[in-house]
Design a protein around this ligand. Structure first.
Ligand SMILES: Cc1cc2nc3c(=O)[nH]c(=O)nc-3n(C[C@H](O)[C@H](O)[C@H](O)COP(=O)(O)OP(=O)(O)OC[C@H]3O[C@@H](n4cnc5c(N)ncnc54)[C@H](O)[C@@H]3O)c2cc1C
Ligand code: FES
Ligand code: FES
Length: 461
């Protein structure tokens, strides 16, 4: 039985765990405010808020309900627009109306939910962050400027709060209804364990669902599922023996917000905003990105340049494998039947070393790369390169650790002549194909230029 709170109502359902939250709210609960646009996570028309405990605190995140398996709603608070509507417009809805942020209205509810999720967050409510919160919402009518004005208005209103209890203030101001104040207590009573801790071998493992529900929604709907998203043993981020260990079901957002991770990668915000969009990052797990084995997987390329190791787990047995050996052929990994990724481990780049990630795609948000690449350089006290790890995507059938290039750099002094020579070697170990993301020649050129971008970041940080 899947139990959760939908707006104000407690829900218990035996509908398929692999069916979507979108279909549940629209067709089963007749809450038609949540719209269907693309069903692929691209448009944001189906955005809902999902309240869940993170480190003991109730946190609301925006998610695209078209890609959210019902299993992942268990134990949470799912909020559709009907759950924030009151007798008058909320300040978010009012700001959208006042600034002409809505025309045909099809996208509007998605924007309202994303802005409301932004309002529910603690921390700074700057206009820049308000605009970033709608990076997963597309509008075909307004041209966005009016929505940006709404973002500024909402941000100004939120910055007026001086109360320590942010939720109380939001209720007082009408951003969310008063019943939100009881949700924490109500969620604590949803104690029934779900998902089941173990499922028979052969059950389809699912993390956030952002790949599986795009690629094979019907299979997911009818499959026996092993939901991994809420498995607490897979959601930890720890530092042990100086290494960072990232649980398989940690989402990209949780990874980016973690204090240890942020300390290790001071430029992380710049990198992470290139990965999908806020609602997708809120659902997408790090392991899902690796197992999908897409040739341009951003997190795969990121972890390859960290020379990361995976811990694989099956029936109490564990084994470790370098990430660079995990990818074997197009969409083929070293994962054995019944095995799951338990965690991803790596040594954080030490102080004084260099780490950078670059990605080129057709638009900044919600687009996959034509080519992406990451680079880590560790310098010895004498100024030579003690360790180099380069990776790239879009130039091979799977995310590639650039073995020859990395080995070539080791032990050498960084000079312009070395970079020129390295670029030549780089070209010998890639084999891009011409496709919709660019021709072979374009991708070769792109990787050379992105290699230069790494160097520019390195020499002129
Ligand atoms: C609109 C949109 C934009 C996107 N943009 C980007 C982008 O910019 N960059 C990018 O890299 N990706 C992007 N993606 C792809 C996707 O979001 C990521 O690959 C994501 O990390 C997948 O994680 P998930 O948890 O949602 O995977 P799921 O769909 O849940 O699972 C993917 C695969 O991983 C397996 N799996 C999951 N967890 C485990 C585990 N612990 N052990 C073993 N197997 C496991 C599943 O069985 C499945 O085969 C985008 C997707 C969408 C829909
Ligand atoms: S319907 Fe387009 S993101 Fe869900
Ligand atoms: S108002 Fe029509 S799509 Fe945004």
């Amino acid at each position: 039985m899947i139990r959760f709170i939908l707006n104000q109502q407690s829900v218990a359902t035996e509908r398929p765990p692999g069916s979507t939250v979108l279909d549940f709210v629209r067709y089963h609960k007749r809450l038609a405010g949540t719209k269907i646009g693309c069903r692929e996570g691209d448009c944001g028309a189906c955005t809902v808020l999902v309240g869940d405990f993170e480190n003991g605190r109730l946190v609301y995140r925006s998610m695209t309900s078209c890609l959210m398996p019902l299993a992942n709603a268990h134990g949470k608070h799912i909020v559709t627009v009907e759950g924030i509507n009151g007798a008058t417009l909320t300040p978010v809805q009012q700001a959208m109306a006042d600034t002409n942020g809505t025309q045909c209205g099809f996208c509007t509810i998605g924007f309202v939910m994303s802005f409301t999720g932004f309002a529910l967050q603690n921390g700074d409510h700057t206009p820049q962050k308000a605009i970033a919160a709608i990076d997963g919402n597309i509008c075909r009518c307004t041209g966005y400027k009016s929505i940006e004005r709404a973002a500024q208005k909402i941000s100004r209103h939120l910055q007026e709060n001086t109360q320590s209890n942010h939720l109380d203030w939001l209720v007082e101001q009408g951003f969310v209804p008063a019943y939100f104040s009881d949700i924490e207590t109500r969620l604590n009573t949803l104690t029934e364990t779900f998902p089941p801790v173990s499922e028979p071998i052969g059950a389809l493992r699912i993390g956030g669902g952002t790949d599986l529900l795009v690629q094979k929604p019907e299979t997911v709907r009818h499959a026996g599922l092993q939901p991994l998203f809420d498995d607490s043993s897979l959601r930890k981020i720890e530092v042990l023996d100086g290494r960072l260990h990232i649980g398989a079901s940690v989402t990209v957002t949780q990874f980016a917000e973690n204090e240890y991770v942020r300390r290790a990668f001071p430029e992380l915000d710049k990198i992470i905003k290139l990965v999908s969009s806020t609602p997708i990052r809120n659902m997408a797990t790090v392991a899902g990105n690796l197992v999908n084995a897409s040739p341009i997987g951003d997190m795969s390329v990121f972890f390859l340049a960290l020379n990361a190791t995976l811990t694989l787990h099956s029936g109490g047995e564990r084994r470790q494998i370098p990430l660079k050996d995990f990818f074997q052929a197009y969409k083929k990994t070293a994962l054995q039947p019944g095995e799951i990724i338990e965690k991803i481990s790596f040594m954080p780049p030490p102080a004084g070393s260099f780490f950078n990630f670059e990605k080129v795609c057709k638009r900044t948000h919600l687009d996959i790369a034509s080519v992406n690449t990451a680079c880590q350089l560790k310098l010895a006290p004498d100024g030579t390169i003690a360790e180099a790890h380069l990776s790239a995507g879009g130039i091979w059938p799977f995310p590639k650790y650039l073995e020859k290039t990395s080995a070539f750099l080791k032990g050498k002094k960084p000079t312009e002549a070395l970079w020129a020579e390295t670029e030549q070697i780089l070209q010998t170990e890639i084999a891009p194909i011409s496709d919709v993301r660019g021709s072979e020649a374009y991708k070769r050129l792109l990787l050379s230029k992105l290699f230069l971008a790494h160097l520019m970041e390195y020499t002129q940080p």
